[in-house]
Design a binder for this molecule. Structure first.
Ligand SMILES: [Cu+2]
Length: 142
């Protein structure tokens, strides 16, 4: 049964007509923490296309590993959940921000300074990639 559901998803993606040109990213910021602590990536993604897109992760030449996380607060306890995929419906805007969805960027490959422009490739389940330039901001930035 699970197999059938997966196949259905694959078919849906195959007929998807939303192209990368239909996606709009704004306010891409990378919050740097001291030392080799992971950086957090925040941005706003709008799907101006007519079909949903599925964000499946990200990569950056400046980091060894980038993961998609969601922070949540349950019974007063903060926790983080790893996300494999995140759907953005047609016409919807998805916000990555402090306390919610974020990219977690680990294992810096080079020195990074405030104000640096850092390339991050957003990856989608249909194989497309969207290059986005993030600006490095201090830990106090929201
Ligand atoms: Cu995280």
């Amino acid at each position: 049964m699970r197999r059938l559901v997966r196949l259905g998803t694959a078919l849906l993606l195959a007929v998807s007509t939303t192209a990368m040109a239909d996606l709009e990213v704004s306010a891409a910021k990378l919050r740097l923490l001291p030392g080799d602590l992971p950086a957090a990536g925040y941005f706003t993604l709008t799907n101006n296309g007519s079909t949903p897109v599925v964000l499946s992760g990200a990569q950056s030449p400046a980091f060894g590993q980038v993961m998609m996380h969601r922070s949540s607060l349950e019974n007063g306890m903060a926790s983080m959940q790893h996300l494999e995929q995140l759907e953005v419906p047609a016409g919807a805007t998805l916000t990555f921000a402090s306390g919610g969805y974020h990219l977690m960027l680990m294992h810096r490959q080079r020195e990074l300074a405030l104000g640096d422009q850092i390339e991050v490739n957003l990856q989608f389940a249909d194989g497309q990639n969207l290059p986005v330039t993030f600006t490095a901001v201090p830990p106090t930035a929201q």
